[in-house]
Design a protein around this ligand. Sequence first.
Ligand code: KG4
Ligand code: ZN
Length: 332
Amino acid sequence: MIILGIESSCDETAAAIVENGSRICSSVVASQIDTHSKYGGVVPELASRMHIEAVDPVVHQAIEQAGITIDQIDGVAATRGPGLIGALLVGFSYGRAFAWARQLPFAGVNHLEAHIYSLLLLESVPQFPFIAMVVSGGHTNVYHVTSPQDFELMGRTRDDAAGEAFDKVAKMMGLGYPGGPVIEAMAKDGTPDAIQFPRSMLEQGSFDFSFSGLKSAVSRYLHLNPSLNKQEQSDVAAAFQAAVIDVLCQKLINAAKQKKCKHIGVAGGVSANQTFTTTLKARTKPHGIHIFSPPLSLCGDNAAMIAARGYTMIKNGDLCARDEDVYSRVKN
Ligand code: KG4
Ligand code: ZN
């Protein structure tokens, strides 16, 4: 079964062709980062307009790169949320119209479930049940995934998402948007324990996160030390990054222990952070836990993961009615 996936929840217009939920025939991502970086973050109205311009060419590029014809597509899947509503409407409406015109089944995909499915597109996949973390600019969610359809939300951020904290700290330091990659690069020259930033673990047994205290601590530090040299800036980046990573790793290990899972998958933009995945691997190894993380091309937003999730939904008859709203059924 050949599925066309479409993603437009934030600042990437993406389309992909995936066969039988696992073979990526093509995956095209048109990023808007250059436009939004001028404003230090995503401007929703600009994002929607750029999706409108990009969606049709990106879909046709995906079909062409897959070496198929439109008639070979068996089903369509598009992101229905969570995300920016104007941005979502573009890909969702395009996908539903495309499916309707061709009498094809159409699935409205939850973006976070799709990030978990990026782990199922790997050569070696985690075995059910496993712990999954979707860690991105908008979310820091921990799930107990017991089947391809069952995602129990164990914890989430109560304020900023981890990626958002990276972006905001980068902004405070005048490093531009998105903050994650630049902070990670800078941190390589810094000493993580040069500064002790707080690690918020919240109540005992909680799998929730809070990064606003850490963000304020960095802000205070920068305020008290206004003229840092390059080395000192790298130390701030390294110490901040270490604080985020410590909390993410500890909560993941706690979750795996509680649910007696030996497999953990991390997905979403922040899972591109090599320091995070390397640290997580080192800290979980003594517990016999195996870590799965997608290649860079599948860490950030992409449509291959949307098509993969859409494939199981279409196979199970979990289709989107013609009159369903874009955001309906999106809870987390
Ligand atoms: O999943 P994603 O592409 O978009 C959504 O938010 O859904 O994630 C983007 C986020 C941004 O906050 C960005 O700063 C962060 O992922 N990010 C990183 C890295 N690369 C991207 N954070 C830390 N280290 C990285 N290398
Ligand atoms: Zn995402």
